[in-house]
Write a protein that binds this ligand. Structure first.
Ligand code: UT7
Length: 309
């Protein structure tokens, strides 16, 4: 994550908000925002750490997938920037856009490639500099998000993926949207320049609390498991009330839902891998544990997985 911590109180000094409003509605107390860091620079650091943790060298990596909606360039992709920086010369590298579900989609794509034998070792990331695409005059949205990157190595002989569910509902896509740059070609008379995130928070909330429990129930059924078999539910870190509502609908204790949103905010595609890394650093994860991962957000998209650690 970037170095600079921005607390709710810091935000209340530059806009009409308060720690009380943000923390009581979302559980977020602070987030990290980039100053000099970029999506690629954070991704490269995360990739190097993931390679060290996994004991994998750059020449072993043959697939790099980055889930991001905030790559530094339209092209080259963040994945290609990582490839060059770490020297993974024989890897194929590309980005995907599935917003907050992106890391789950990247995991599933990697698993599919690895299972059919095309590649053996994948480096997958969720990475975002969301602060670049926020409307900082829209207090209802900008206070929710943060910046960061998370990486994982997935290997063909141990992908760990036991079951998977993913979906999209493009018809509802505009409830969480960010326009790309406007068209300024000579045929366009009045190009607009609206390029920040706009969100109908309540619609996204309703989508999350209905879709996530049903997606998790689907992956559990596919894996032949029940909620009792699961050690942890590592969900996209959007809002503590969404996590509590999902726990309630699944009838699972909130203790099984670790969180990082209090100090990270919502980092879209990066939130699940950063949460997993924090759980790993704290020593919570033991070989053989079964963990449900779930991401949901822009698109609209959602993805859930049962993994064995
Ligand atoms: O990755 C997925 C990302 N999306 C999400 O996670 C969004 C899910 N949705 C939510 O988490 C909630 O809908 C929000 C936290 C975004 C908003 O909570 P809410 O309870 O739905 O609040 P609201 O939008 O209905 O706003 C209530 C009031 C309004 O004032 P009035 O009209 O009642 O006077 C807002 O103007 O709160 C006001 N408000 C704020 N006040 C202080 C909105 N943002 C702020 C703010 N500080 N930052």
């Amino acid at each position: 994550m970037p170095e600079t911590v921005v607390t709710n109180d810091d935000l209340s000094r530059i806009m009409d908000t308060s720690d009380e409003w943000i923390s009581s509605r979302t559980g977020i107390r602070e987030r990290r925002l980039v100053k000099d860091e970029t999506t690629a620079s954070m991704s490269i650091k995360a990739s190097i750490r993931a390679m060290e943790n996994a004991g994998v060298t750059a020449d072993e990596i043959d697939l790099i997938i980055v889930a991001t909606v905030t790559g530094d360039h339209v092209t080259p992709s963040t994945a290609c920037e990582i490839q060059a920086a770490i020297g993974a010369d024989k890897a194929v590298a590309f980005d995907i856009n599935a917003a907050c579900s992106g890391f789950l989609f990247a995991l599933h794509i990697a698993d599919a490639y690895l299972k059919i034998g095309t590649y053996k070792t994948a480096l997958i990331l969720g990475a975002e500099t969301l602060s670049r695409i926020m409307d900082w005059s829209d207090r209802s949205t900008c206070v929710l998000f943060g910046d960061g990157a998370g990486a994982a190595i997935v290997r063909a002989d141990q992908t760990g993926l036991l079951a998977y569910d993913q979906g999209s509902d493009g018809a509802r896509g505009m409830v969480l949207a960010c326009p790309n740059r406007s068209n300024n070609n000579p045929l366009v008379k009045n190009p607009t320049d609206m390029k920040f995130v706009n969100m109908d928070g309540q619609e996204v909330y309703k989508f999350a609390v209905t879709t996530v429990p049903s997606s998790i129930n689907k992956v559990l059924a596919e894996a032949g498991l029940t909620t009792e078999d699961i050690d942890y539910f590592a969900l996209h870190q959007a809002n503590i009330r969404i996590i509590q509502a999902v726990a309630k609908r699944l009838k699972v204790s909130e203790d099984k839902f670790p969180t990082s949103l209090d100090h990270c905010g919502n980092i879209s595609a990066a939130s699940v891998p950063i949460l997993l890394d924090e759980m790993n650093q704290k020593g919570l994860l033991k070989p053989g544990m079964k963990i449900v991962l779930s991401g949901f957000g822009g698109g609209l998209t959602w993805g859930s997985a049962v993994i064995e650690w």
